[in-house]
Design a protein around this ligand. Structure first.
Ligand code: SAH
Length: 244
């Protein structure tokens, strides 16, 4: 086979929050066509069964004893595989452009002459609905702030202080190591009694969640043995069904 038949392309694809049935039809179809899939730890492995038998599947997530595959290595793989095989699918948990570095990969691929495509995914916070937590609710929450708990330098986003002053629902991604800081920030502002939910493995059969008041967030996490991957959802949308 001659290389001239190969059209190098990168598809950055959302794998959805966890439940493999929560991917889009478009994502399903491109997985069926993929020559190579580069997937990370939050993309459900069951989705790989959709691919052709000869599709090369490469894990580029966290390794058993610690470090993540460096972003430069992923960039290199995208180029190398797209040029040698054709259609590369970069499968990422949730939506690739929400705390997913997906757009960095698209920009890199474009700079190197690849055609790029983006297929949105259901982001994990949307799976909070499965725990009876709507992200907005009339007269209760007028908006949503999705915030990272772990910025590039490892710190919690300062936006939390701004978000706290609004009546929006606050959703913190990658925030489990910041529970203490989050609880203190609310407590200091006199808002420690706002309801909080921690939702782990949202949309998956082994999902777990717990609710309480934000001032008690560290205990809530400890006592319920909650751990990564989990979302912290703060606002009066939590526990609505109890007051209905
Ligand atoms: N692009 C992803 C987010 C990646 S950042 C998305 O759109 O969902 C990783 C963070 O996402 C985790 O630390 C956790 O806060 C959240 N997350 C991803 N999948 C999750 C799941 N199934 N349940 C709970 N939190 C999840």
């Amino acid at each position: 086979m001659s290389d001239s038949k190969i059209t190098p392309a990168l598809y950055v694809v959302g794998a959805g929050p966890g439940d493999p049935e929560l991917i889009t039809v478009k994502a399903y179809k491109i997985l069926q066509r993929a020559d190579v899939v580069l997937y990370d730890n939050l993309a459900n492995k069951e989705l790989l069964a959709i691919t052709r038998e000869d599709c090369e599947k490469i894990y580029v997530g966290k390794h058993p004893y610690g470090s993540y595959t460096p972003q430069e290595k992923i960039h290199e793989l995208i180029l190398e595989k797209a040029r040698s095989k054709g259609t590369v699918v970069r499968l990422k948990g949730g939506d690739p452009y929400i705390f997913g570095r997906g757009f960095e990969e698209v920009l890199f691929a474009r700079q190197h002459g690849l055609n790029t495509y983006y297929i949105p995914g259901i982001t994990s916070m949307q799976a909070s609905g499965l725990e009876d937590i709507p992200l907005t609710h009339r007269a209760v929450s007028e908006g949503i702030w999705a915030i990272t708990g772990t910025k590039k330098d490892g710190s919690l986003s300062d936006d939390l202080r701004l978000a706290m002053q609004s009546n929006a629902t606050v959703v913190i991604y990658m925030g489990m190591k910041k529970a203490e800081e989050i609880a203190n920030t609310y407590q200091e502002a006199g808002s420690g009694n706002i309801p909080v939910a921690v939702v782990q493995h949202a949309s998956l059969p082994h999902r777990k969640s717990a609710t309480g008041q934000v001032k008690d967030l560290p205990q809530l996490i400890r006592e319920n043995h909650l751990t990564h991957p989990a979302l912290i959802i703060i606002g009066w949308v939590v526990g609505l069904e109890l007051n209905a």
